[in-house]
Structure formats: C-alpha cells, structure tokens
Design a protein around this ligand. Structure first.
Ligand SMILES: Nc1ncnc2c1ncn2[C@@H]1O[C@H](COP(=O)(O)OP(=O)(O)OP(=O)(O)O)[C@@H](O)[C@H]1O
Length: 365
C-alpha cells in the first residue's frame, strides 16, 4: 500500500500549516475546511510548490529535511479550479502535450487501451478535435482530468476543480468525478469547502482548521462527530434492495457499520427518492440533524416514511439546541437537533430506546 506520509511545517506570510499524519494509499481523501484554513497550501507542499516538511509516498521520499524532489519531477498530477489548458491547441493537442511530459515525472503514460477507457469515461472521444476555446467550462475540466489521468500518476491532487463552475456545470461534472475510480485506483486528494461535493466523493476526510488538523478518518465516522451548524448530519451507505411505487421510491438497506457489536440482527432500511438507481446499486444518503425528530413510541399515524428504532448514544448542548447521537440497528449513527425544551419534555437520556422520524433523506451519489 502506497500510503502518503506527511509531516508538514510550512510558513506562507503570517500563516503556518502544521500537520503530521498518514493518508490512505487508495480512494478519495477530501481535504475540507473553511476558507483560509490551509487546504491549498497543503496540496502545494505535497506537489513541491511550497517548502516545509516531509512528504513520502510509500517508500519514495519526495521531500525531507535533507533534500526535496523538484515539483516537475514528482510522479503526481494536479488539477486546479482553472483547467489551465493551452488555448491555441485542440483537445487532442492538450492531451498529447501532457503525455509528452510524463517522463519528466518518471511516469509511464497509460497504454492505448487504458487511455481510450479514460477518454470514454470522460465522454471526450467526440471532442478530441475541438479547439479548447470552444469548450464549456465543464468540458474543459473533463479535459484537464483526462490530461491528469493519461500520465498515469501515482497521486492525483484536485484543488477545488468545480469551484469555477456554475451550479448546472457542477452537477454535470460531479458524476464523472464519482466514476474516476473505474480508471484510476491510486490515491486522490480532493480539496473542497463544499460539503455537498465531499459527501458525494470522499472515502476519507481530513478536516483542517487554522492551519491544523482537526479530524481525520472515514467520511461517515468523521462527519458524525462534527458540528457543522445547519449542515450537521450523517452520511449513510447502503445497497438498493427494491423499488416501490412504480420506481418512485427505492429501499436502501444500510451497510452494517464496522463498529456494530452484532451484525446478525435485522438491517436498517431507508426509503428515498432515487429515480436513476437500479436494484443492487450502492448509494450514499445524507440525513441532516435538523431533519430528524424523536418520539417515544412509534407513530403509526404519521406521514413520515422513515421511522427508525434507535438508541440514544449521547446528548450535547449546542447553544439553544441539543445535538443527539442516535445508534441505528445497523450500528451506524444518526444525529438529531432538538430544542432543550423537547429534550426535557420527553426526558431523553443516554441509553434510551426511542424512534427517529427522518423527515428528509437526500441522495448523495
Ligand atoms: N502567497 C502567499 N503569501 C502569504 N500568505 C499566503 C499566500 N497564499 C496564501 N496565503 C495565506 O495562507 C493561508 C492559507 O491559504 P490557503 O490558500 O491554503 O487556504 P485554503 O484553505 O485553500 O482557502 P480557500 O478555501 O479560500 O481556497 C491564508 O490565510 C492565506 O491568506
């Protein structure tokens, strides 16, 4: 496994980024945090564009106290928010330009067949002869992704690749990003301050705050520990087991959490709207804490579709409200935000079995 080992101490003006951690050698790690927390600085350190600290991919040392591999020799690919294409060339010309420079980074570009798979996955075959000035913003970003993948990088760094696009273009490019694992199995770092993108794409989450690491780990596990105001909630992963109401609703059976004490019991199911999904698809659903309410008994006269048996793990005061961590039968967590008054009226305490009424479940890819 080619884990990415980081021991960073980097100064940029008055700002200091300090981080000592190891990131997974596969899958997508989202680098998440508010503006100015150091996300781009971290990527620049890994790419060799900023000095400060140690970077090692597997056994390959890219920078240490003694020496540093120049940026253009590191076996990685970078995609920024600006696609950075050569405007005087067409799409094919831009791809060829990238491939020709792969050897500088000690990389062997993808062979023809794999390269075709990348172009097919990104729907670029019909665009190869198009001048890049005649591409939409979303198409330009797909070319930038292809140019990065064709050099067969050992690490892929994406710095807010969607942030220059409008909402419609973002929605157009996101599905391509979700499918990249079909043609790229190496580690990917995805910088974003948009939680909506992170919950769709990430396997792991690294949360930065004022130049320091605040949390790191599996997406679902880390998200379930964070208070993100109105966006506080959980991501639940599962498999579509059935479709109901002429395909308008899908029944998602949640994966048992790795923390589940006993996986032999009945699973937890959620009904959600997933018009494009087929039976057997693996999906993620996002449930916000503000969309979960609690009752002591199962309400049979409610219009709410998802009413789940849960156990209260813990309660924490948050200003005028209270955040509850609720353990599902699948072992995973739900969160609920209630008023202090409701908590008192219902007499809610850790360990109590209650019913969670989930008012809204959003498909998160
Ligand atoms: N060239 C520079 N010289 C001095 N300080 C800089 C420079 N570039 C960035 N900084 C400072 O470093 C800090 C971290 O910047 P960075 O771009 O890494 O943040 P970020 O988390 O990526 O933010 P955003 O989400 O807004 O892109 C900021 O306070 C910024 O002002």
């Amino acid at each position: 496994m080619t884990d990415l080992h980081l021991n960073i101490d980097c100064h940029r003006g008055d700002f200091r980024l300090r981080l000592d951690t190891t990131l997974a050698g596969q899958g997508v790690t989202a680098v998440f945090g508010p503006s100015g927390c150091g996300k781009t600085t971290l990527l620049r350190c890994i790419a060799g564009l900023e000095a400060g600290g140690e970077v090692r991919l597997g056994e390959q040392v890219w920078s240490s106290r003694q020496r540093s591999l120049p940026a253009h020799q590191r076996p990685l690919a970078l995609v920024f928010q600006d696609a950075g294409l050569l405007k005087h060339l067409n799409v094919q010309g831009n791809l060829d330009y990238g491939v020709k420079r792969a050897h500088q980074r000690g990389l062997t570009p993808l062979a023809h067949e794999q390269a075709q798979q990348v172009l097919e996955l990104l729907d670029l075959l019909p665009l190869l002869r198009r001048p890049v000035l005649r591409l939409s913003g979303g198409e330009q970003q797909r070319v930038a992704l292809a140019r990065a993948l064709l050099i067969n990088p050992r690490l892929l760094l994406l710095d807010e690749p969607l942030s220059a696009l409008d909402t419609a273009r973002k929605q157009e490019v996101l599905p391509y990003l979700r499918r990249l694992h079909q043609v790229y199995q190496g580690p990917m770092l995805y910088v974003s301050h948009a939680l909506e993108e992170v919950v769709q794409l990430a396997d792991q989450l690294l949360l930065l705050e004022r130049g320091e690491m605040r949390a790191q780990g599996g997406l679902a596990e880390v998200l379930a520990t964070l208070n993100l105001g109105d966006e506080t909630g959980v991501v639940l992963k599962g498999r579509i087991a059935a479709q109901e109401d002429n395909g308008q609703l899908a029944r998602l059976v949640l994966d048992p959490a790795t923390t589940a004490a006993d996986n032999s019991g009945p699973g937890t199911e959620l009904l959600l709207s997933a018009p494009q999904a087929a039976i057997g698809d693996h999906l993620r659903a996002r449930v916000l804490a503000r969309d979960v309410s609690i009752s002591l008994s199962r309400a049979d006269d409610s219009s709410i579709l998802n009413i789940l048996p849960v156990q209260i793990d813990c309660l924490s005061a948050d200003g005028t409200s209270v955040l509850l961590n609720l353990r599902l039968r699948s072992g995973g967590l739900l969160r609920a935000r209630l008023t202090q008054r409701s908590v008192t009226q219902l007499g809610l305490k850790p360990g109590m079995p209650v019913w969670a009424q989930v008012k809204s479940v959003a498909l998160a890819g």
